[in-house]
Write a protein that binds this ligand. Structure first.
Ligand SMILES: Cc1cc2nc3c(=O)[nH]c(=O)nc-3n(C[C@H](O)[C@H](O)[C@H](O)COP(=O)(O)O)c2cc1C
Length: 355
């Protein structure tokens, strides 16, 4: 029976356990460049025993940032500061991953701890791009719908970003197609009212994501895995559903995607959901079983037994933790002890005297 500390391999990449650091924006970059903050923040979580450390949403073009302080990878100058993070994470036993993203209609906002307000052009904001001219909410910018030329630019930006991520030494690629950002806003009928071949039917709305996924698979090394983070449901009447996600997961699998990272919501301001412990795990379980593809569960997973139960009962192949790993970067080391796990301890030799 698999368990939380059982290694698992995806293509040629081995994870020492089933715990990943969920991507988390730090809003701490200038011009999209990784800094010492990212080295220490992500490095501590590798030292803390996670198997997979995924760098936050990293913008494939400058206007694809959520805020002016987001991570980016739209020029060659972005590669080396990220490579430094990837090297450290790898040297300490974790697999370095990166989430490539485009914020679409949710771009040009301030840092959450400064209120997350709209940033106007005069103070460093920018005109935004999206599927249709529908703002996310009242007081948000209206996106300029991407035309054929714009869509080609997005695909090219993903390709260039993927090559840079590869050159930086990342071994796990995640495409961000959740939380109301560009790719999600195309596949959700709530934000996509287009009448061209990228709007209307399920096939048309998922076209852009599948194009990006196929490009990713052809650019990313064959021996390295790719995951796609989706919003498994919009939690809204008339929105994207779990059944849609199962169908999409099958198409992503056929495009060479190795794992679906099963999040939800983010495309409407007030989705009909009250989050609680493991509340998104049923999505990871359904997609895993019905589309026959490995999944990651994420969302309010905070206890060792809870995480172990998800793996043991075949509800997901990985658990990704976000806020709990902000509270405690050593959560995996503690979980190893709590569960009396067998196998190689993830405790770094420098810390052994404490364990
Ligand atoms: C500070 C912070 C930043 C986040 N940034 C991202 C991000 O860059 N990409 C993403 O897909 N999700 C992001 N999320 C969502 C988390 O990855 C995760 O899905 C969510 O917090 C639920 O997991 P949790 O209950 O373990 O925190 C962020 C969450 C937090 C708390």
């Amino acid at each position: 029976m698999p368990h939380l500390f059982e290694p698992i391999a995806f293509r040629g990449v081995s994870l020492r356990n089933r715990i990943g650091v969920s991507p988390m924006c730090q809003y701490s970059c200038e011009n999209g460049l990784a800094t010492d903050w990212h080295l220490v923040h992500l490095g501590s979580r590798a030292v803390g025993g996670a198997a997979l450390v995924i760098v936050e949403a990293t913008a494939v073009e400058a206007i694809g940032r959520i805020s002016p302080h987001d991570m980016g990878i739209w020029t060659d100058a972005h590669t080396e500061p990220l490579a430094r993070v990837a090297r450290f994470v790898k040297a300490h036993g974790a697999v370095p991953g990166i989430q490539l993203a485009h914020a679409g209609r949710k771009a040009s906002r301030g840092r959450p701890w400064e209120g997350g307000h709209h940033v106007p052009n005069e103070t460093g904001g920018w005109p935004i791009a999206g599927a249709s001219a529908i703002p996310f909410d009242e007081g948000w910018r209206t996106p300029e719908p991407l035309d054929d030329h714009g869509l080609a630019r997005i695909r090219e930006a993903f390709v260039a970003a993927i090559r840079r991520a590869r050159d930086a030494g990342f071994e796990w690629l995640e495409i961000h197609a959740a939380h109301g950002y560009l790719l999600h806003s195309f596949y959700s009928p709530l934000s996509n009212h287009r009448s061209d071949q990228y709007g209307g039917s399920f096939e048309n709305r998922t076209r852009l994501l599948l194009e990006v996924a196929k490009l990713a698979r052809s650019e990313w090394p064959d021996d390295k895995p790719i995951s796609v983070r989706i919003s498994s449901t919009d939690w809204e009447p008339g929105g994207w559903t779990l059944d849609d996600s199962v169908a999409l997961a099958g198409l992503l699998k056929a495009s060479g995607i190795d794992l679906i990272d099963c999040s939800s919501a983010g495309n409407t301001p007030k989705p009909n959901v009250v989050p609680g412990a493991s509340y998104q795990v049923p999505f990871a379980e359904a997609i895993r079983n019905r589309a026959d593809i490995p999944t990651a569960a994420v969302g309010m997973i905070t206890e060792a037994m809870q995480a172990d139960d998800i793996i043991r009962n075949g509800r997901a192949d990985l658990v990704l933790l976000a806020r709990e790993l902000l509270r405690d970067p050593y959560w995996p080391l503690r979980a190893f002890k709590t569960l009396h796990a067998k196998g190689d301890s993830p405790v770094p030799p420098q810390y052994l005297r404490a364990w």
